[in-house]
Design a protein around this ligand. Structure first.
Ligand SMILES: Nc1ncnc2c1ncn2[C@@H]1O[C@H](COP(=O)(O)OP(=O)(O)OP(=O)(O)O)[C@@H](O)[C@H]1O
Ligand SMILES: [Mg+2]
Length: 375
C-alpha cells in the first residue's frame, strides 16, 4: 500500500506531498490540471518508465533540470531488495535533464532501473487500455508483458535479452542488404546470423512458455468475470496465438525460410515479437467482428482478470490506477467496476463526480488544480 507520494518538478508539479488513503482515492479536476500526471508518476516508479512517453526528460518540469518521484510504501509482504534485510518501504526515481535516470530502493541506488519492477505493483486502466481489443497485436503483447514482468523477473530478463538480440539481428540484416545486395553473403556475416539466431531462439523459448501459461490463467480468470458483467449473455474465450512454434528446430526453420525476405525488409519476421492473443465471444473473433461496446467490455474483463491474476501469483493486492475510465463505461459496467475496486488501494481520476463514484462510501476525495492537490 502506498502511504505517501512525493513529487519534485515532475510534469506540472513543482512540489507535492500527498498522503493516500488505504482504499479509494478520487482525484477530481478540470482538464489539463495534473490528474494523469499523478498516475503517471506512480506507474513510473512501478515499472521504471512512463506509460506516456519514451523520453524521460519530457516528464521534468519545464525550466528545471531534475525531478524525482518518491513512493512511501507499506510493504505487507515484507519484500526485501536482493541482499538486504529491511523490507522495501521507499522507492524513488530520479530524472535528469541530461537523459540519465536513477532508481533508489530504501535510499540505496539500484544497479538497473529494471530492479524497480515488481516492488510496487500497479495495474493501470486508461482509456487506451479499454481499446486493448480495438488496437493491434502490440497492445495485447504489452498487456501480457506488463503483467508478467511485474510478477516474474526471470521472464523480464529473457524478454529484455530477446529484444536486444532482435535489434542487433535487424541491424545485421540491414548491413547484409547494403554489403551484399543480391550477391553472395560474406561468410563472417553468415556466421553472425547463426550466432544471433541461436541467441534469439534461446531467449524466445522461455518467453513463449511463460506467455502460454499467462494466457491459460487468463482463460480461467476472465470468462467468469465477463459472464457476470454481461449477465451471462456472452461467453468469452482466449487463445495464445504464438507466431512461432515453441521448439528450437521449428523456430530455426522459420528464421531460415524467411531469411531472404527479412534481408530485403531489414526486419525479422518470425518470433514472439509478433505474438497475439485470440479473443472470441460466443465463438466469433471479437477483434474483427466485435461491436465497440463488446470490445470495451472484453477489455474491462481482461484488465480485471489481470488484477486477480496478479493477486493469485503474488499473494498481494496490486494498486489500481484508473485514469478517466468511468466516463467510457455505461452505468452497469461502472457499478461492476466500482464493486471490483473497492477492496484495493485505488487512485482514480475524473473530471466530475459521477454517480458511480458518489456511491463509494469510503472514498477520499481530492481536488486537482494547476499541479496543486487539496483534500
Ligand atoms: N514537463 C512538463 N512541465 C510542466 N508542465 C507540464 C509538463 N508536462 C505536462 N505538463 C502540463 O501538465 C498538464 C497536463 O496534465 P495532465 O495530463 O495530468 O492533465 P489531466 O488533469 O489528466 O487532464 P485531462 O482531464 O485532460 O486528462 C498540461 O497543462 C501540460 O502543459
Ligand atoms: Mg488526463
Amino acid at each position: 500500500m502506498i502511504l505517501k507520494v512525493e513529487l519534485r518538478d515532475f510534469r506540472n508539479y513543482s512540489s507535492l506531498d500527498l498522503e493516500l488513503a488505504p482504499g479509494v482515492n478520487v482525484f477530481m479536476g478540470k482538464n489539463a490540471q495534473g490528474k494523469t500526471n499523478l498516475l503517471e508518476a506512480v506507474a513510473y516508479c512501478s515499472t521504471g518508465r512512463s506509460h506516456r512517453t519514451p523520453r524521460d526528460r519530457e516528464c521534468i518540469r519545464i525550466g528545471e533540470s531534475d525531478a524525482y518521484i518518491r513512493l512511501y510504501y507499506r510493504n505487507e509482504k515484507k519484500v526485501t531488495r536482493p541482499g538486504a534485510e529491511a523490507p522495501v518501504d521507499l522507492v524513488e526515481l530520479q530524472l535528469h535533464r541530461t537523459g540519465s535516470k536513477a532508481g533508489l530502493i530504501n535510499r540505496v541506488p539500484c544497479q538497473k532501473i529494471s530492479d524497480l519492477y515488481g516492488l510496487v505493483r500497479t495495474v493501470l486502466f486508461s482509456p487506451e487500455d479499454l481499446s486493448l481489443i480495438k488496437e493491434g497485436p502490440a497492445a495485447r503483447r504489452r498487456f501480457m508483458d506488463m503483467e508478467i514482468c511485474q510478477v516474474d523477473k526471470v521472464y523480464m530478463h529473457y524478454l529484455m535479452q530477446y529484444n536486444v538480440v532482435l535489434r542487433q539481428r535487424n541491424q545485421l540484416l540491414k548491413d547484409i542488404a547494403r554489403r551484399a545486395g543480391n550477391g553472395e553473403i560474406p561468410s563472417d556475416m553468415q556466421a553472425m546470423v547463426q550466432v544471433y539466431d541461436d541467441q534469439l531462439i534461446a531467449n524466445a523459448l522461455p518467453v513463449i512458455e511463460r506467455r502460454r501459461k499467462f494466457v491459460e490463467l487468463l482463460e480461467r480468470t476472465a470468462p467468469p468475470l465477463h459472464a457476470r458483467i454481461t449477465g451471462d449473455s456472452e461467453e468469452i474465450r482466449f487463445t495464445y496465438e504464438m507466431n512461432v512454434p515453441s521448439n528450437p528446430d521449428d523456430i530455426r526453420e522459420e528464421l531460415t525460410m524467411a531469411f531472404e525476405k527479412d534481408v530485403r525488409n531489414g526486419n525479422t519476421s518470425a518470433g514472439p515479437h509478433h505474438d497475439d492473443i485470440g479473443i472470441r465471444i460466443n465463438g466469433t473473433d471479437v477483434r474483427t467482428y466485435g461491436s465497440q461496446g463488446q470490445k470495451r467490455t472484453a477489455a474491462l474483463s481482461m484488465k480485471l482478470a489481470e488484477v486477480r491474476m496478479m493477486e493469485q501469483e503474488t499473494g498481494d493486492s496490486p494498486i489500481l490506477l484508473l485514469d478517466d475510465v468511468m466516463s467510457e463505461l455505461d452505468e452497469s459496467r461502472q457499478t461492476f467496476l466500482v464493486r471490483c475496486i473497492e477492496n484495493h488501494q485505488t487512485l482514480i481520476t475524473c473530471t466530475g463526480v459521477e454517480d458511480s463514484i458518489r456511491k463509494m462510501q469510503k472514498a477520499k476525495l481530492f481536488h486537482v488544480e494547476g499541479g496543486v492537490i487539496t483534500e
